[in-house]
Design a protein around this ligand. Structure first.
Ligand code: NIG
Ligand code: FE
Length: 407
């Protein structure tokens, strides 16, 4: 068993703001936290250890800040090519929607993804994952959605799984076949949705999918089409989540809540009815300040109303080539405070406790006995500093599943 002592702990657990423990310690047993508390209570905790469990390793953190490992609960990490030229077009006045309707946007990334080898997709996605890991990300969601055929979607999900096998972090995969209409189905969106529903059982049988997502939007799929995907997912026992009310309000959030969605994501145009439905279903609101910033959006998500309703709020990078080519979850933390007016504590809960909840992973996102031993040691005294400085990475050490990794 490993003892980490003389730490400032932001456990994100319990009634104290930040779950704060001023002079704290942690006992790590294998991949789990065995005990977390004040150093004054450590002798009693050690005395209570079973005789066979000894402390084999002790680390003095000299007062450094320790938090849960970070959770990036919404990314599209696996894709080919980039959309830097599209960025230039948008800066000259072309809208994201107009580019998508003209066959650019997601479709251009689909072409580049289909043309890329498995290894090229893996190497590019692994590099992006390593950038996120350098800031303390220990759990990462990766969506498909740039393959848009049975074979290419399976390939992208397999690449995502390979990231989780070959890199020291947890990867959760989400099947997003209903991301955009591939060119070969032009004018036949309902037929494409049939195909998406038909390939889910095979993805599940191959162990490729943990959840199912869709893009419910004018340039994506209608609520009726989204509902068909959700029904197919739930028939297989797969949880759902939704890209909802990003560019307009189609009442996608309420639809997702009816299917007990883990999360609804984006939400700039979320209605009061959507908020009420999400509260009733325990659905997490995942806010994506990177996409808001990069698309130069001006409609803010209804943060005050979400807070008032007690809907849990998470944050993520939404890393993707079109609307959020972001490589920093800490930057999202800062942007959520400055742009969306979250408090630093709310924002930090969004990349720990509530990020885990958005993935249906109750065993992480806080530092408490029994939780997975995913933790970050920071060159900081208080976690509010992580939201305060931007373009700065104070991540010093990372333990993922109880094993210290090379950040
Ligand atoms: O989360 N909204 C849909 N999907 C992505 C963007 C996809 C793209 O533009 O490539 C998002 O913003
Ligand atoms: Fe997204």
């Amino acid at each position: 068993m490993r003892l980490l002592r003389h730490a400032r702990l932001a456990t994100m657990h319990g009634p104290e703001p930040w779950g704060w423990v001023d002079r704290g310690a942690l006992l790590v047993d294998g991949d789990r936290l065995h005990w977390v508390g004040a150093e004054a209570d450590l002798p009693a905790a050690i005395a209570a250890l079973p005789a066979v469990r000894r402390i084999t390793d002790e680390i003095d953190l000299h007062g450094a800040l320790v938090t849960p490992g970070l959770v990036d609960c919404h990314t599209h990490l696996v894709y080919g090519g980039d959309r830097a030229a599209e960025f230039e077009l948008r800066l000259q006045g072309a809208s994201y929607e107009a580019i998508a309707r003209a066959g650019g946007g997601i479709r251009s990334t689909v072409a580049a993804t289909r043309a890329a080898s498995d290894d090229a997709l893996f190497e590019a996605a692994a590099a992006r994952a390593r950038a996120l890991m350098a800031e303390g990300v220990t759990t990462l969601e990766i969506k498909s959605g740039y393959g848009l055929s049975e074979a290419h979607e399976a390939r992208c999900l397999a690449v995502a799984r390979r990231i989780g096998r070959e890199l020291p972090l947890t990867v959760r995969t989400t099947s997003l076949g209903a991301h955009a209409l591939p060119p070969e189905f032009e004018g036949r969106a309902d037929d494409y949705i049939d195909a998406v529903c038909a390939w889910l059982p095979g993805q599940q049988a191959a162990g490729l999918v943990d959840a199912v997502d869709a893009f419910c939007e004018g340039i994506g799929f209608s609520p009726v089409q989204t509902e068909r995907v959700f029904a197919a997912a739930r028939a297989l026992g797969l949880p759902v989540k939704l890209h909802a009310e990003q560019l307009s309000n189609l009442e996608g959030a309420a639809l997702a809540a009816r299917h007990r969605a883990l999360s609804c994501d984006h939400l700039e145009h979320l209605s009061a009815a959507g908020i009420a439905a999400m509260r009733g279903a325990g659905t997490v609101a995942v806010l994506l300040p990177g996409a808001y910033y990069f698309l130069r959006d001006s409609t803010l998500p209804p943060v005050a109303a979400l807070r008032e309703a007690g809907v849990p709020i998470a944050l993520a990078t939404d890393h993707n080539p079109g609307s959020s080519p972001a490589h920093s979850l800490l930057l999202m933390l800062s942007m959520a405070c400055t742009l969306f007016r979250l408090t630093p504590e709310e924002a930090f809960a969004g990349i720990t406790r509530n990020g885990a909840r958005a993935l249906g992973l109750p065993d992480r996102g806080t530092l408490a006995a029994g939780q997975r031993a995913d933790l970050v040691v920071w060159d900081a005294e208080h976690p509010r500093e992580l939201a305060y400085r931007f373009g700065h990475n104070p991540c010093r050490r990372v333990h993922a599943g109880g094993v210290e990794r090379d950040r």
